[in-house]
Write a protein that binds this ligand. Structure first.
Ligand code: GLN
Length: 490
């Protein structure tokens, strides 16, 4: 039996029943990683020794009969923008090469406390800027369903490691698409929680008012377990919510009969691939046969969401990336004898010039422009106002509907290199996802079929802090369709 193909739920059961040991499970994953990585490149760093240490600790708890979390002994991986104490964390950017954080992100600590075993750090677009993982300074990740195609981004390594059964679950972040898009492109489940549901502490900031850390898993049940472990208030993140965390798994298996589900008209606009539209419509019909009442709904402000996102996000990025100055973290020209700088300003300029990739520089420039005096009111302030309209549109829609649905991506996974030189085309991949981040609501991507052998995801959106409703509906749909069982042939 190949243990790596199991889910968290089924592997956890074998561990507790002592039919499988944690080190057997970890070894099976490590073997799979060494076999598949030359093809996929989901990992930036495999932390074998640390994994074996954590595996031993988890096994001790199981042996003492102290197993109290479904994640105990389960192999995971972290997107490389999650700080991990003592383990290099680069954000997939040259500017952080060699940076070893002295502390871990709150979410990393929580998952380790639950007994999950970290196998290493996963590839992403540098600083999470991107939709394909091609912006990683360490080379792209490949889609396991067709290695000539992208896995989506920015959490591409996180999605691929799960899709290829290298780990059982992974962490990602979603600022405008980065959990849902790679989940949709790899036939995995990706949940972007409500803003504030999961702590951002210790995760490198992209756009602080939008960043939402969350899980990528094989199934909806697994997603419920990981979200329960990640969520909750953190005094070190002032925007994290004090609301109690529900036991998400307890909602699974209940029906959705009579639920009102709105189909977002604006998500079926021009630019949607007809074959993607077809699988999405079929998925919505399935929700209807599960008893949901389906209706079309229009939120006119959504038309402006992508433009608003691409003003607010670079503005926050230009500010957040200011801290990488060649002094405090990672790469510095100062450390390179041959290129020692004349003065402090030159250290800043040359370290940033060499350390940041093209996309980070593009965003720093756009953001600085949008925030500069004279343009602030015309761009940034106006974008904030429209953002509020988008938020209100969603809130009033949820007075009438339990959930909203639509596609995740307008197209199937595209070819590596296809959009790499055309930032605008790349930005358009996010068109159905950015409004969710602007509104701060939760949304999931759940596998909904294939287009010419390539996976697609159904997006289910819910009101603020209603992750349990999303999971309940996603589970009912997943159980009825079972697309998650179609694993890549590797
Ligand atoms: N693709 C989007 C961007 O490039 C979103 C990235 C993200 O969610 N981290 O900004």
């Amino acid at each position: 039996m190949d243990f790596t193909e199991l889910t968290i739920a089924s592997a956890g059961k074998l561990l507790v029943e002592k039919k499988l040991s944690v080190s057997e499970l970890v070894n099976a994953c490590l073997e799979r990683i060494s076999k598949l990585e030359p093809k996929l490149h989901a990992f930036i760093l495999v932390a074998e020794d640390k994994a074996r240490e954590q595996a031993e600790m988890a096994q001790k708890l199981i042996d003492r009969g102290e197993a109290d979390s479904p994640l105990l002994g389960i192999p995971m991986g972290h997107k490389d923008i999650y700080c991990t104490r003592g383990v290099e964390t680069t954000a997939a950017s040259n500017i952080l090469k060699g940076y070893v954080p002295p502390y871990s992100a709150t979410t990393v600590e929580k998952l380790e406390k639950a007994g999950a075993v970290s196998l290493g750090k996963l590839n992403c677009d540098a600083f999470a800027h991107g939709s394909s993982t091609e912006n990683s300074d360490f080379g792209p990740t490949h889609n396991p369903y067709d290695i000539t195609r992208v896995p989506g981004g920015s959490s591409g390594g996180s999605a691929v490691a799960v899709a290829a059964s290298e780990v059982f679950f992974s962490t990602g972040t979603d600022t405008g698409s980065s959990i849902r898009l790679p989940a949709a492109f790899t036939n995995t489940v990706g949940l972007k929680p409500t803003y504030g549901r999961v702590s951002r502490y210790g995760i490198m900031a992209m756009a602080s008012s939008l960043d939402s850390p969350g899980p990528i898993t094989k199934t909806v049940e697994d997603c419920a377990y990981v979200l329960s472990a990640m969520a909750g208030h953190d005094p070190r993140d002032a925007t994290s919510s004090k609301r109690p965390v529900p036991d998400y798994a307890s909602f699974l298996g209940q029906d959705i009969k009579g639920w009102k589900v709105g189909v977002l008209k604006e998500f079926f606009s021009q630019g949607l691939d007809p074959a993607v539209e077809q699988v999405t419509r079929k998925a919505i019909a399935e929700l209807s046969s599960l008893g949901a009442k389906i209706e079309e709904v229009s939120l006119p402000s959504l038309e402006y969401a992508l433009a608003v996102y691409y003003i607010i996000t670079p503005s926050e990025i230009s500010s957040n990336l200011a801290r990488y100055d060649g002094i405090k973290y990672g790469f510095s020209v100062e450390k390179e004898e041959s290129s020692a700088a004349r003065d402090l300003l030159e250290v800043y300029e040359r370290s940033r010039g060499l350390g940041f990739g093209a996309e980070a520089k593009r965003r720093i420039m756009i953001g600085t422009y949008a925030l500069s005096s004279g343009y602030y009111d015309a761009y940034y302030k106006k974008a904030l106002k429209v953002r509020e309209l988008i938020r209100r549109d969603y809130v009033s829609a949820f007075e009438k509907y339990d959930l909203l649905v639509g596609p995740v991506s307008p197209t199937p996974p595209f070819k590596l290199g296809e959009k790499a030189d055309d930032p605008l085309q790349m930005y358009l991949s996010d068109i159905y996802m950015t409004p969710i981040n602007l509104a701060g609501i939760p949304a999931i991507s759940v596998p909904c079929g294939f287009v010419a052998g390539l996976p697609a995801g159904l997006q289910i959106m819910g009101p603020h802090f209603a992750e349990e409703k999303i999971l309940q509906a996603a589970y009912a749909y997943e159980q009825a369709t079972q697309f998650y069982k179609i694993r890549p042939k590797l």
